[in-house]
Write a protein that binds this ligand. Structure first.
Ligand SMILES: Cc1ncc(COP(=O)(O)O)c(C=O)c1O
Length: 461
């Protein structure tokens, strides 16, 4: 048998022969093992992982107790039929109910974030007997047709896939840094919330079933809405009997310095979807809601199931994940270390022309890069340059696509996708010393990008 490749290039070449690869699968390294904050490629090079796997491994790679729970369960039983419940499934749902505020109490499980939103969409439609929903422009909820239909991005996410399921209308993103409603005002006037109300009243029956949103819009560029906006939108929803569905795929279970990101805004959604940070590495997702909504939906015939719903291996491992987060006080670590990290990012915002804004919550942070602070022109080139510099110096950041051309529509799609934003989401076990180590690399990359891409905007006339 031919010997296996030993280099990244060798594996990438073999991968090209047998895998369907595409522009989202272009990372130049092939990870082979991980330990905590770090991962190593097949050539033995070490990287600090600021993407936490695919934003899943909040405990870091292969936490020993997590691995033990996974292995112990694998030796007992891995999978059972969907008609059974598993003890670990019950205990995980119970733990989630203890952590989440009332009335969130009942959960059902499956595997991916897309699936959780797909199921939440079915739930709200069955429960309300209504099919319309609203969602946010720039929001991301997944790849399946239902979850894609509430994703507020066009371009390559829609082109060529035919019609999406109908029913979704989109409201403006609460994106203060690039707000079209209050940019000429001294402060936020909640114009985007007024516009949302207009969308609901003009594009829907006035009573859609639900509003799907990410309390922190990470994929769009770490956009954090204001508390006033959330509270106003929730008020608009409640006036119209619209259920609120918080998509906490990557913010759930500690990442933002609270168990759930919605807790930063003093409100409790009717339904929460969780995935990445729930399983901690294994493919596990949940839809969580009140007993009242769950029971009423089931009474109407709502019947979510799939082959891996509630698998003992997934639930036992997810339970171990949450118990470790709890026992090691990692939600607090995300808050404290996140604040330290943010303070240092704010210094860079003050010092560098290309840093338009540092923002985020806990350990879900980012820097929006611009060509200059006055024009706020998105600096895609700078973001790609910093990402590349970090990679060359042993820090892995979520990949930022290189600008393919300067065609205005492509630029628009890149901006809508937050391609000018560097995202920092390390495991929530990270220490301040490790933040210092990582920031040294990020700052050096930013200074190079500043030299090469900053420009002085013409003075306003
Ligand atoms: C907020 C949000 N929802 C849903 C998803 C889809 O999750 P998955 O890729 O597991 O289907 C993602 C993935 O990044 C996400 O960030």
């Amino acid at each position: 048998m031919a010997s296996l490749p030993t280099t990244n290039a060798g594996w990438l070449e073999l991968g090209n022969q047998y895998l369907l690869r595409h522009p989202m699968r272009t990372a130049p390294l092939v990870p082979e093992r991980g330990d905590g904050l770090y991962m190593w490629d097949v050539e033995g090079r070490r990287f600090i992982d600021f993407q936490s796997g695919q934003l899943c491994v909040t405990l870091g790679h292969s936490h020993p107790e997590y691995v033990k729970a996974l292995c112990d369960q694998a030796h007992k039983i891995i999978q059972v039929g969907t008609t059974f419940i598993a003890p670990s499934e019950v205990l995980l749902a119970k733990k989630m109910a203890e952590i989440a505020p009332d009335p969130l109490q009942k959960s059902f499980f499956a595997c991916t974030g897309s699936e959780s939103n797909e199921m939440a969409l079915r739930l709200v439609r069955k429960y309300t007997d209504r099919f319309e929903v609203i969602a946010l422009m720039r929001g991301y909820h997944g790849q399946s047709y239902g979850s894609a239909s509430i994703t507020g991005r066009g371009g390559m996410l829609r082109e060529g896939y035919g019609p999406m399921p109908t029913g979704a209308s989109f409201i403006p993103t609460p994106y203060e840094y690039r707000c079209q409603f209050c940019r000429d005002e001294a402060c936020c006037n909640l114009g985007c919330a007024d516009a949302a109300e207009n969308v609901i009243d003009s594009s829907t029956s006035g009573r859609p079933a639900a509003f799907f949103f990410e309390p922190l819009m990470s994929a769009a560029g770490q956009i954090v809405p204001s508390k006033e906006w959330i509270q106003r939108i929730v008020e608009i929803c409640r006036e119209r009997d619209i259920l609120t569905v918080a998509d906490e795929a990557l913010t759930c279970f500690g990442r933002t310095g609270k168990w759930f990101a919605f807790e930063h805004f003093d409100f409790v959604p009717d339904i929460v979807t969780c995935s990445k940070g729930l399983g901690g590495a294994v493919p596990l997702c949940a839809v969580m809601t009140s007993a009242e909504i769950a029971d009423a939906a089931v009474a109407k015939g709502f019947m979510p199931f799939s082959s891996h719903a509630g698998d003992p291996l997934l639930c036992e491992t997810g339970l171990a994940n949450i118990e470790i987060v709890d026992r090691e006080n990692l939600v607090e670590n995300a808050r404290v270390v996140g604040n330290y990290f943010m303070d240092r990012l704010k210094v860079l915002e003050d010092e560098l022309e290309i840093v338009g804004e540092a923002r985020g919550l806990g350990l879900c942070l980012g820097l929006e890069l611009v060509t200059d602070k006055r024009s706020r022109t998105p600096n895609f080139e700078g973001a790609a340059m910093v990402t590349e510099y970090c990679y060359e110096n042993g820090l892995w950041l979520p990949i930022v696509p290189r600008m393919q051309n300067k065609d205005p529509l492509s630029l628009r799609f890149m901006e809508l996708s937050g391609s000018q934003v560097l995202r920092f989401m390390p495991p929530i076990t990270i220490t301040e010393a490790q933040i210092d180590e990582s920031l040294e690399i990020i700052e050096a990359g930013l200074r190079i990008a500043e030299e090469r891409t900053a420009r002085v905007a013409p003075a306003a006339v």
